[in-house]
Structures are given as C-alpha cells and as structure tokens.
Design a protein around this ligand. Structure first.
Ligand code: DWN
Length: 395
C-alpha cells in the first residue's frame, strides 16, 4: 500500500452497471469514493476502493458485447488472424460475455468463461462450451481436467476487471501450452491520459493498463509481452500478445516502441498523473459550463449510450435529469431503468431521434464513428453532439 500514491479523486460514485428499476428510484444506492492511484514500484494504475467480483458480476449483469458493430467487426477480424496465423486446436476466452468473439469459431474449438450466469446462458443455449465461473486458479484446474491445455487464451476488457492479477496469471500458466499464446486486450492508459477519458475509471475498471505496468506484473509469472497492437477500440486499446518465457518467439519492435513511447510520455512518473488530474478538473468545469449555457437557452439535451463510463462523468460532474432528460440505449437490459446515481431515465433507442432534440451528450463516445454514421440524418439536419473528450465541446 505504501507504494501507492493517490492522484485523482472522482468523488462519490455508485456501481456503474447498477441500473435502477424505476420503482426503486428512492432506494439507497451502494456508493464508494472513486480514487485512482499510481504504484511507483509496479507502475500499475488502479482504483483504491474495490468491490468483490460477486458484487459486480452476477446474474443481473446488463452489458452485452454484441451491441456494437465496431466490436463485432473487431472480433471477426481478430478471429480470422487467429485461424490463419496461429491455427489453434483449442481456444479459451476469459469473459466470453454473449459470445461476440467465440461465435466466430466452430463450437468444438472454443471454451468460454463468463461469470455472469444471465449472460453465459446466451452462449450455453447456442451449445457453446461455456462455464459460468470467475477466472481463478480453481477454474483453470477445472479446465485442465475437462479439456487439457489450450493453445490460445484470449481476453478482451476483462483482465482489468480482476483485482488479484497474480492469481489471473498463475491460472493462465496452468492452462496455456508451453508454446501457447495469450492475447490480452484492454483500454490503454496512454490513450486515456492523452484524451482525458477519466471515465475509463469506475468500479469495474480496477486497472487501466500501460504496457509498462503489465510487463512488470507478468514478469513475476515468467510471462512476457512480445507484441503490442494499437487499436481504436474503446477510445484506444492495446492488444498485448503474451508468451511463456520458455517460448523462443522474438520480442517484436512494437513492444519496444510501446515501452519507449510510454516512458517518453511519463507513464513511469507521478508528475504525469498529477497533471492529468488537473486536466480532469478543468474538463469537469468546462463540461458543466457548456451544459449550463444550453440549459439557460432552454435547450433539451439527451444522452446517447447509457455506458458504465457515463456514470463516472455524470456523478463526478453532478449532472442529473434536470440537465439531461433521458439516455437512449439499444440494450434491452438497460431500457426503462435509471442511470446509477444521477437517476436519468434510459429509453429504448427506436431509430428515430426526436426532432426537437438539438443536443446529444455522447455517453458512448468510444463508438463515435459508428454512431455518427448511424445518425447522419440528425447531423445533416443540424443536430449536435456534446463530448468531453479530448476536451469538452459541441461537435
Ligand atoms: O469494460 C467494459 C466495457 C467493455 O463494457 C465493462 N466494464 C462494461 C462496459 O462498459 P461501457 O458500458 O462503458 O461500454 P460500452 O461498450 O462503451 O457501452 C456502449 C453502450 O452504448 C451500450 O449500452 C450499448 C450502447 N449503444 C447504443 O445504444 N447505440 C452503443 C452503440 C454503438 C449504439 O449505436
């Protein structure tokens, strides 16, 4: 604990995926102080106060990976590469959600681990080999007994959600073949800092990884990053290709470049994070100013994409339904509920935006390209979006 330095205080927050039923609006929500810290030894950036996995990922989990074409296409593209380049006989996915990735493979080729039983049921119904379990040493041993070792482990937007990284990588070592590959994909800390996307921090994102931090923790488990791919996904993610250090695959230039760039930006120094925290404060006041100005002119503002990330912004900036009338979202499980904390209603996205709405706060800013394409008619008719990244503005 002594090595950890707090650098960002995002106020009191509710659990980001805890969408409230309308009749529960008066119910007291579980809240916590969202504080972000930097470990000066490991260089890992993490949130200070955490909840158990069981509290966050259970049978009411609302998120579905298949809700965006961007994600579906990204998984499809990677699957082709995996089939052609690595030709694995068995693939294990940690955090298989509704099957957006494993659906690209034959059923006998994949194993999925998804702790949220309501979500895992979707792939089980389709006859995929999925387990409703948290990723742990025990789960890895169960996989070993049921299937033997695997050639490839893939995990997107999941490892950063697990507090005990030592256990995560110990479990990887149990299931992965000596010549196997572990592909880990998560939002990039460098992009988060560059774009001031402080909303990447919330209870589920226990870590936002840098190559540097990840490299240090992997080392303890005799695992090495040999390649880093930069992705546009989720506002800038890294896809890390990891191997056991007994495997002779050469470290690629992309890995060395990623480390070099992170050090050049200062991800190894607390001063960089303190500067980021100052920019976040500025971002808050600028966003509030924009919204207040519009409200003074009696403009109606709605939200697009009831994301977990938006909960951080709304609660940090104290934005409620007096400012944003409602959010639109395509996810059935979120519709007709209330955003956590701010209690802004979430309505079903039906395809046609209300012509009276001239300003939309972009909750799903990470899918800006996809959304702008979908809403080109709204934009052509003069409709505007409000974003907080890289700096608050109307676009
Ligand atoms: O890491 C995580 C990511 C991958 O997913 C989890 N901890 C929880 C969740 O975070 P999020 O809610 O911030 O993720 P997204 O993927 O940014 O959520 C997009 C939301 O926007 C979904 O609720 C679907 C919705 N959406 C929509 O209504 N119309 C998305 C698109 C692209 C659209 O056109």
């Amino acid at each position: 604990m002594k090595n950890k330095i707090n650098f960002l205080d995002l106020g009191t927050q509710p659990l980001a995926n805890n969408y409230l039923a309308k009749n529960k609006s008066k119910k007291r929500e579980n809240k916590y102080k969202l504080i972000v810290c930097f470990d000066k030894v490991t260089k890992l950036v993490s949130i200070k106060n955490t909840f158990s996995s069981e509290k966050m990922f259970n049978n009411t989990y609302p998120y579905r990976s298949s809700m965006s074409k961007t994600m579906i296409n990204s998984f499809k593209k990677l699957s082709k590469i995996i089939k052609n380049k690595y030709k694995p006989k068995k693939i294990l996915e940690i955090g298989s959600n509704d099957g957006a990735f494993i659906k690209n493979f034959k059923k006998n080729l994949t194993i999925g681990i998804e702790p949220c039983s309501n979500v895992e049921r979707i792939t089980k119904k389709l006859k995929y080999n999925t387990y409703s379990k948290y990723w742990s040493v025990n789960t890895a041993k169960k996989i070993l007994t049921d299937h033997n070792k695997v050639d490839l482990v893939y995990s997107a937007n999941t490892i950063s959600h697990i507090k005990n990284l030592n256990q995560v990588f110990e479990a990887i070592n149990i299931v992965l073949n000596e010549k196997g590959i572990f592909i880990l994909e998560d939002p990039s800390l460098l992009e988060c800092l560059k774009n001031n996307t402080y909303d990447q921090f919330y209870n589920e994102h226990i870590y936002v990884f840098s190559t540097l931090g990840l490299m240090n923790i992997l080392k303890k488990h005799n695992l090495e990053i040999f390649k880093v791919e930069r992705l546009e996904i989720h506002g800038g993610s890294n896809r890390y290709y990891i191997k056991k250090n007994t495997n002779s695959i050469k470290l690629e230039n992309s890995f060395k470049l990623a480390i070099k760039e992170e050090i050049k930006y200062g991800l190894n120094k607390i001063s960089t994070y303190k500067k980021f925290a100052n920019r976040v404060k500025k971002s808050k006041s600028e966003l509030i100013t924009i919204l207040k100005k519009l409200k003074r002119k009696n403009e109606k503002i709605i939200g697009y994409g009831a994301t977990a990330k938006a909960t951080t912004i709304l609660n940090y900036c104290k934005i409620n339904n007096k400012t944003i009338d409602y959010f639109l979202d395509t996810t059935k499980e979120k519709q007709n509920k209330l955003m956590p904390g701010s209690k802004i209603p979430i309505l079903k996205y039906k395809g046609n935006l209300d012509s009276k709405v001239k300003y939309i706060f972009l909750g799903a800013w990470n899918f800006k390209k996809e959304i702008f394409l979908k809403e080109k008619k709204y934009i052509k008719n003069g409709g505007k979006f409000i974003t907080h990244t890289p700096t608050p503005k109307i676009i």
